[in-house]
Design a protein around this ligand. Structure first.
Ligand SMILES: O=C(O)CCC(=O)C(=O)O
Ligand SMILES: [Fe+2]
Length: 371
C-alpha cells in the first residue's frame, strides 16, 4: 500500500458512515471526457453520492466484443440478423407499454417471448415503441459458455451484490436492455436503493433525475452513466437502443441499503402491528419474511452476504480496499446487533457463522495484517 492509499484509508475510516449528512439536492452531473483515477471517482461520486457521465471520449468500451458482434458496420444500429443468429431461440423478459392506466411493473405488462419474436416487434415501426426487452440476464447465461461481451469498468468493480450472487450461483443484477424509439422506464428508485451504471451500446437515452435533484440530459452511444444510490429517475430511448446495466452496492453505499431495509421494515411492522399479540414470538420472523418477499432481501440475507464478502476478502486480501471493506462490514454488523428485529427474528445457530464469531475473526485478521 503506498502513502496515498494509506491516507485514503485513514480518511475513509474517519468518516461517519452510519448517517448520510450532505445535501444532495445541489449536486450536478459530472461529465468526464477523460477517465479519472479510481480515487478521484471515489471523491467525486461515491463520497457525495453524485451522478457522473463518462462520455464516449473516455473510451471505456474499447475491447467490448458486443460493439462489433451486435451492431451493423457503422455501429449506428443493431444488426438484427446477427442478434437473431446469436440469441434468437432464447426466452427473454419483455415489458409491454400500454396506454391504459396499468401500474408500472404490474404483471400484466410483463411478458416473456423468444428473442426472435421480440426482434420482430422491435424492428417493426408500428410496434417498436411498445415492446421493451429489459432486465435480461444475458451475461449470466453467457458466463456458462465463457463468452464475455463486455467488461466492467474499474469504477464499478467493487460490487458486493453481484459478487455474492455469482459466488452462490443466484440470479444476478447484470442486465441487457433492448428497445425501440419511445420505449421507456417510468420514474423509480432502483431496487434496495442500489447504485446503477448504464452503458449505451447503440441509440440514445433521455435521462431525467427527479429526486433529490432534477437534472435532464441525453446519454449518447458509447457513454456510460453512474446513477447514485436512491436517486429517482426515468428513462426514454431515442432510436434503436441497446444498453448494459448493473445494479450494485459496495462499502460506500451499504449503509444506505441497510437504512432502506430498516425503514421498509418499520413500515411492515406498523402495518401488521395488530397481529403482534396473537403471533407472539413469530411476529418478528413474519415481518422479515414480508421484507424478503418485497425487497428480495431481509436482515439474515444481508448478514449472509456480509459473511460471504468478509471471508472472500480474508482469503484473498488483494488490493488496498480489502481493509476498508472489512472495516465497513465490522461497523455494519455491530449496527445490526443493536437491532431488536435482527436479534428476535433469527436463530444465529442456523447461520454459516454466528455474528460475534465473524467479528472476532475479522478483528484478528486485521491485527495480523498490521504485524
Ligand atoms: O434504460 C432504462 O430503461 C432504465 C435504466 C435504469 O433505470 C437504470 O439503469 O437504473
Ligand atoms: Fe433504474
Amino acid at each position: 500500500m503506498n502513502n496515498n492509499h494509506t491516507n485514503m484509508y485513514d480518511e475513509l475510516t474517519s468518516k461517519d458512515w452510519t448517517t448520510s449528512t450532505n445535501d444532495e439536492s445541489e449536486l450536478s452531473l459530472i461529465r468526464y471526457d477523460e477517465p479519472p483515477t479510481y480515487e478521484t471517482f471515489i471523491r467525486d461520486c461515491f463520497l457525495p453520492n453524485r451522478p457522473a457521465l463518462f462520455t464516449a471520449k473516455c473510451d471505456l468500451m474499447n475491447q467490448w466484443s458486443c460493439l462489433t458482434d451486435w451492431l451493423n458496420e457503422d455501429r449506428s444500429e443493431p444488426n438484427f440478423d446477427r442478434l437473431s443468429e446469436l440469441y434468437g431461440s432464447m426466452t427473454v423478459p419483455v415489458t409491454k407499454s400500454s396506454s391504459e392506466t396499468t401500474e408500472y411493473g404490474s404483471d400484466e405488462n410483463k411478458l416473456t417471448m423468444s428473442f426472435d419474436e421480440f426482434i420482430q416487434f422491435w424492428r417493426n415501426k408500428e410496434t417498436t415503441g411498445e415492446y421493451y426487452c429489459k432486465d435480461w440476464h444475458l451475461q449470466k447465461m453467457s458466463d456458462q459458455s465463457n463468452s464475455l461481451f463486455y467488461s466492467v469498468p474499474i469504477y464499478f468493480q467493487s460490487d458486493w451484490l453481484n459478487e455474492k450472487c455469482l459466488a452462490q450461483n443466484e440470479d444476478d443484477f447484470r442486465f441487457v436492455y433492448m428497445g425501440g424509439d419511445g420505449t421507456t422506464t417510468p420514474s423509480h428508485m432502483d431496487v434496495l436503493g442500489t447504485y446503477s451504471w448504464s452503458a449505451n451500446i447503440c441509440g440514445r437515452k433521455r435521462w431525467r433525475f427527479t429526486k433529490p435533484h432534477s437534472i435532464e440530459f441525453i446519454q449518447e452511444p458509447g457513454d456510460i452513466l453512474f446513477v447514485p444510490s436512491q436517486w429517482h429517475h426515468d428513462v426514454t430511448n431515442i432510436g434503436y437502443t441497446i444498453s448494459i446495466n448493473h445494479n450494485w452496492f459496495n462499502a460506500f453505499n451499504i449503509f444506505r441499503i441497510w437504512q432502506h431495509l430498516c425503514l421498509t421494515l418499520d413500515d411492515i411492522e406498523q402495518r401488521i402491528e395488530d397481529c403482534r399479540a396473537i403471533m407472539k414470538d413469530t411476529w418478528y420472523e413474519h415481518c422479515q419474511l414480508i421484507l424478503q418477499t418485497n425487497e428480495g432481501m431481509h436482515f439474515a440475507s444481508l448478514y449472509k452476504l456480509l459473511h460471504t464478502i468478509a471471508h472472500k476478502r480474508m482469503e484473498e486480501p488483494n488490493g488496498e480496499y480489502t481493509k476498508f471493506d472489512l472495516w465497513i462490514i465490522d461497523k455494519l454488523i455491530h449496527d445490526m446487533l443493536r437491532s431488536t428485529a435482527f436479534l428476535s427474528a433469527f436463530d444465529f445457530g442456523t447461520f454459516p457463522q454466528r455474528p460475534k464469531a465473524l467479528l472476532k475473526q475479522i478483528h484478528s485478521f486485521i491485527e495480523k495484517q498490521k504485524q
